[in-house]
Design a binder for this molecule. Structure first.
Ligand code: BTN
Length: 263
């Protein structure tokens, strides 16, 4: 994506600050710096290339030039944000991406907490980051990375989970500015409704492996469990050895038990 395409994508959207970078370390770091400098309201940074892109659990996230969407939204600063909604932030990003992909005719699913899949392969990752200043939430940031072109993907050896791109999933080349706009429209529509049952329902209805047995890694142990659904705080409810348990993002790694496509 270039500057002109970016401007087209964000035209008339109610962001307090927007900026596009041809190349940057990580767009999450850009908006975190804006929050430290005092920017408030919804802000958006996007980049054509990231040189220090990161994913969950300290993993690298590759955004090669001209092949992917990488952007971060500064959702909240200061005290206004309801901390109980923090666990729903990755759902906001994943749901917005799903709805944008549905407009392209895809049937995406959300691998809790932060991956968007099509055909069992990862197409998008969401990285929520909260910055605190003591008890005060300084910034809540939502970073989103989407593989647009087939050539966006790193080599299979570098992947923790099998990946795909929009080009592979749709068989066509999709205009990045249209996709970005679509995701932002859905994100802005859901943002004020993150606390509602409708939001949780829309997220849960797209949850991958619902009602299926999955493999979990918890505290260095591997378990099998049945995936029940979402807890109201955005955690994941599972049936482990006959007992219902809820986990928060970061406590547990989820894997499908069967039908995992090869890398
Ligand atoms: C994951 O799947 O682990 C999350 C990946 C999140 C990648 C996005 S790209 C935009 C933003 N900037 C980053 O450095 N990471 C997020």
């Amino acid at each position: 994506m270039n500057q002109t395409q970016f401007e087209k994508a964000v035209a008339d959207l109610p962001f307090a600050r927007v900026e596009f970078f041809e190349s940057v370390g990580s767009t999450n770091d850009v908006v975190a710096a804006w929050a430290r400098e005092g920017s408030s309201g919804l802000c958006l940074a996007a980049a054509d290339e990231q040189t220090q892109g990161r994913g969950r659990s300290g993993r690298r996230w590759v955004t090669p030039r001209g092949r992917a969407l990488a952007f971060s939204v500064l959702l909240e600063t200061g005290l206004a944000f309801d901390a109980a909604l923090l666990g729903r932030a990755s759902g906001l990003g994943a749901l917005a991406v799903c709805e944008a992909l549905e407009r392209l005719g895809l049937s995406p699913q959300i691998k809790w907490p932060n991956d968007v899949l099509t055909g069992g392969r990862k197409l998008c990752g969401v990285l929520p980051e909260a910055h605190w200043s003591g008890e005060r939430l300084q910034a809540l940031i939502l970073g989103i990375g989407i593989n647009v072109a087939a050539k966006a993907l790193p080599s299979p050896d570098a992947l923790a989970f099998p990946a795909t791109s929009i080009e592979e999933a749709t068989g066509t080349q999709v205009a990045p500015e249209g996709l970005l706009r679509s995701v932002l429209e859905r994100l802005l529509a859901w943002r004020p409704r993150m606390g509602t049952p409708d939001f949780l329902e829309a997220w849960e209805s797209r949850l991958a492996y619902k009602g299926q047995r999955v493999q979990l890694e918890v505290g260095g142990r591997t378990l099998e469990a049945e995936l029940i659904g979402l807890a109201t705080d955005g955690g994941l409810k599972l049936l482990v050895n006959g007992t219902e348990r809820a986990f928060q993002a970061g406590e547990v790694q989820l894997r499908p038990l069967v039908d995992r496509p090869g890398k």
